[in-house]
Design a protein around this ligand. Structure first.
Ligand SMILES: Nc1ncnc2c1ncn2[C@@H]1O[C@H](COP(=O)(O)OP(=O)(O)OP(=O)(O)O)[C@@H](O)[C@H]1O
Ligand SMILES: [Mg+2]
Length: 598
């Protein structure tokens, strides 16, 4: 939590880039297994760049040869050398790209997997204040930026560096005086590039943040299309997106001023120098101090160097963007995680009996620490009983279930399961023995079969059908032309609320949990659907500890025990009939209100 606010507020002050570079080196471990191929690729890169550097030299010789007496022989020799150079360069470049792509793709796949598995391990509190779009952009676009770095930017950077350093070396060798003239314009360019790079980086980071925000709008809209349409709020969504994307454009354009300015500066400074050099060189030739071929290769080198320095600006900006992306990624890696096991479970632990005890539990959501949702709650639930939780909206019913699943940790007090502190249970092992049927059932994209099987991966088709039958779902499933293979979810057919609930119940039945947490849907179903869902729920709750946030009268009626929750405390506790016979019962009031509604 504290970590989080820190990473949000430090945004305006740019981090020292040496520190962030050091931090990015942590990502090296994903490349490390392929370092052999990487180094070999570097060697090829080095060789092909060096071969590239030899071109102006030979071209100059070609020009000089034209004035020699045996020029035909010389011409043949140089042309052959040049052709050889081309072949060498072609071969090296081919393998260099092949190797780099291989290393980058493998390394990035590992990084993607590590990021995703990190996300899967993060606690619920993390997802409360992170929006889906923001997180998906971490795993998609941030990693794409890195991909760009490893497949091309890094190679370009090194090639340009070789050309600049090697080129200047060769120039000094050819004509120190001319080189000094040319170099007189280099230091200011370099100094300015650092300053420009700073601005460029800041803007690039802002832009990618804003772009993620804009994408979030699209995602939220697409997910909640029914709400958007029903409120006819298309104009509102369009407005939100328009203003976000305009912000992106505005910021990127402001950043573009610096990039453009940088490019102009490079052109004026460097190519101005080239003109100066040719003018000086022509004077030297006239004086007989230099031959035309040397000047020719000198000019070629200068434009190579100029081009490389210009290209450096772009590479620099891209590296800065990558460093921004890396920071964002590393921020995720630095989040504390839950002790979840990600390896496939062995034989499932079935030891849970379902005795649940809350002792003086207090809880506030991390995002709202000053507001205690659960205020000193004490209750003991016997294994095998059916407990109905009732209470007004916002009383803390769903929160109680979240605590039971260890989505969050109480700020004080204890939760004990079968006598053992919940924190001492193996988290994945414990959760695997608990099933949650949420208020709003969200099906995964896939077939009905796969959706039910989610409750017990590896279950046979017969088991799935059996569970569907017990959940009163089999009949409607086989009525679809494709039966159990019918695709549901985002790209599939839409199921009705009652059908979705029964799929969720079948999933839970297949899971056969020791402890069932059921957040009953508030939405009323038609009486036929209601009948099936009710029967399915009966089958599900039979012979296990179930904690039900109850809205249906029948669920409440059939419960062994009612807990009335109010402001995070249990205010009434007892069998339904006992509570109903009390004169001042809150439960009775709730019950009567419910009766009036049905
Ligand atoms: N993730 C969260 N972060 C911060 N506060 C939350 C969060 N979830 C719920 N709350 C707050 O906690 C309180 C209890 O919410 P909870 O969802 O437990 O109520 P509930 O009893 O399940 O209500 P309902 O019957 O409407 O589902 C509410 O005031 C709610 O605003
Ligand atoms: Mg709730």
């Amino acid at each position: 939590m504290a970590k989080h606010t820190a990473s949000d507020s430090d945004e305006p002050k740019p981090k020292p880039s040496l520190k962030s570079l050091k931090r990015s080196l942590r990502l090296y471990k994903y490349i490390k297994p392929y370092r052999g191929a990487f180094v070999l690729g570097m060697v090829f890169l080095f060789l092909s760049s060096a071969a590239n550097l030899a071109f102006p030299k030979f071209l100059g010789e070609l020009v000089s040869a034209s004035t020699q007496p045996d020029f035909l022989k010389q011409l043949g020799r140089i042309a052959l050398l040049l052709a050889g150079l081309l072949v060498v360069q072609a071969v090296f470049s081919y393998f260099r790209i092949l190797l780099f792509v291989r290393v980058a793709e493998k390394g990035l796949a590992a990084l993607r997997q590590a990021t995703y598995s990190k996300m899967l391990r993060l606690p619920m509190a993390f997802f409360d204040h992170k929006r889906v779009g923001e997180l998906t952009s971490r795993i998609a676009s941030d990693i794409n930026v890195l991909q760009d770095v490893f497949t091309s930017t890094l190679a370009e950077f090194i090639r340009q560096l070789i050309i600049i350093v090697g080129g200047i070396g060769l120039l000094l060798y050819t004509s120190p005086r001319l080189t000094l003239i040319m170099l007189a314009s280099l230091p200011p360019v370099v100094l300015l590039s650092v300053a420009f790079g700073r601005f460029i980086r800041r803007y690039a980071k802002d832009v990618s943040k804003m772009m993620a925000e804009a994408t979030t709008v699209v995602e939220e809209t697409l997910q909640g299309m029914a709400s958007v349409k029903s409120y006819a709020n298309e104009h509102f969504e369009l407005g939100r997106y328009t203003s976000r994307t305009n912000e992106v454009a505005k910021t990127a354009i402001r950043g573009g001023v610096f990039r453009a300015g940088f490019a102009s500066f490079v052109i004026l400074g460097l190519f101005g120098a080239v003109v100066l050099v040719i003018w000086q060189g022509s004077l030297d030739i006239a004086r007989g101090a230099m031959d035309a071929g040397d000047l020719f290769s000198f000019v070629l080198y200068s434009s190579f160097i100029g081009g490389s320095i210009g290209g450096m600006a772009d590479v620099y900006a891209r590296l800065q963007r990558a460093s921004g992306a890396t920071e964002e990624l590393l921020d995720i890696f630095d989040q504390p995680e839950e002790p979840i096991r990600l390896e496939p479970p062995g034989a499932r632990d079935r030891s849970l009996k379902g005795a649940v005890v809350f002792e003086e539990v207090r809880f506030a959501y991390p995002s709202r620490p000053e507001f205690e949702v659960i205020q000193g709650l004490d209750v003991a639930i016997e294994p095998g009983t059916r407990v109905a939780l009732v209470g007004s909206s916002g009383a803390g019913k769903t929160t109680l279930m979240a605590l039971l699943l260890r989505f969050y940790t109480p700020i004080s007090g204890r939760i004990r399961i079968d006598g053992r502190d919940l924190n001492n249970w193996d988290l994945s092992g414990f959760r695997a023995q608990v099933a949650l049927v949420p208020q709003e059932v969200l099906l995964f994209g896939g077939s009905i079969l796969e959706n039910i099987r989610y409750g017990k991966p590896g279950a046979s088709e017969a088991e799935v059908v059996e569970a569907a039958k017990r959940a009163y779902a089999h009949d409607f499933i086989v009525a679809f032309p494709e039966g159990y293979e019918t695709t549901v979810g985002e790209r599939g057919i839409q199921l009705s609320g009652g059908q979705r609930q029964r799929i969720a119940i079948a999933r839970a039945l297949l899971n056969d949990p020791a402890l069932l947490l059921l957040d009953e849907a508030t939405s009323a179903l038609d009486s036929e659907s209601e009948y099936y869902v009710q029967s399915a729920l009966e089958a599900l709750m039979k012979d296990r500890t179930s904690l039900v946030i109850a809205h249906r009268l029948s669920t409440i009626r059939n419960a062994d025990r009612i807990l009335v929750l109010d402001h995070g405390q249990i205010v009434e506790d007892g069998a339904p009939d006992a509570l109903l016979s009390r004169p001042e019962s809150r439960f009775k009031a709730l019950w009567e209100r419910q009766l009036a509604n049905e």
